[in-house]
Design a binder for this molecule. Structure first.
Ligand SMILES: [Zn+2]
Length: 101
């Protein structure tokens, strides 16, 4: 388990992290697990999913913000592939309790 903070500093930007229990939809009206709102500096994660999914989605959206801030031009596929492995790494290096996060 990693701790999901209420706010997180990403470079010069402070993002609010909201765990919501309402549908999150894309501009094309597709259901989403989460989203990163760059204008409002908010990450939203649908909290109605299992904890593993919520944590992976948080990291996924975090990676989207890094991608935008650093202009890395990562693909959705690359971010989708990286997020669960970073979650696994964070759990391993923190002993699973998330103290370092
Ligand atoms: Zn994504």
């Amino acid at each position: 388990m990693i701790r999901i903070p209420a706010t997180i500093q990403m470079g010069p930007y402070t993002y609010e992290v909201k765990l919501v229990e309402t549908d999150i939809r894309s501009k094309e009206d597709r259901p989403l697990y989460g989203e990163a709102d760059y204008q409002q500096q908010v990450i939203r994660v649908d909290a109605r999913h299992p904890p593993d999914t919520i944590q992976a989605v948080f990291i996924h959206e975090y990676l989207h913000v890094i991608d935008i801030v650093l202009q890395l031009e990562l693909s959705e596929r690359q971010i989708g592939a990286l997020a669960p492995f970073l979650l696994d790494l964070f759990r391993k290096i923190t002993g699973g309790d998330g103290d370092a996060l």
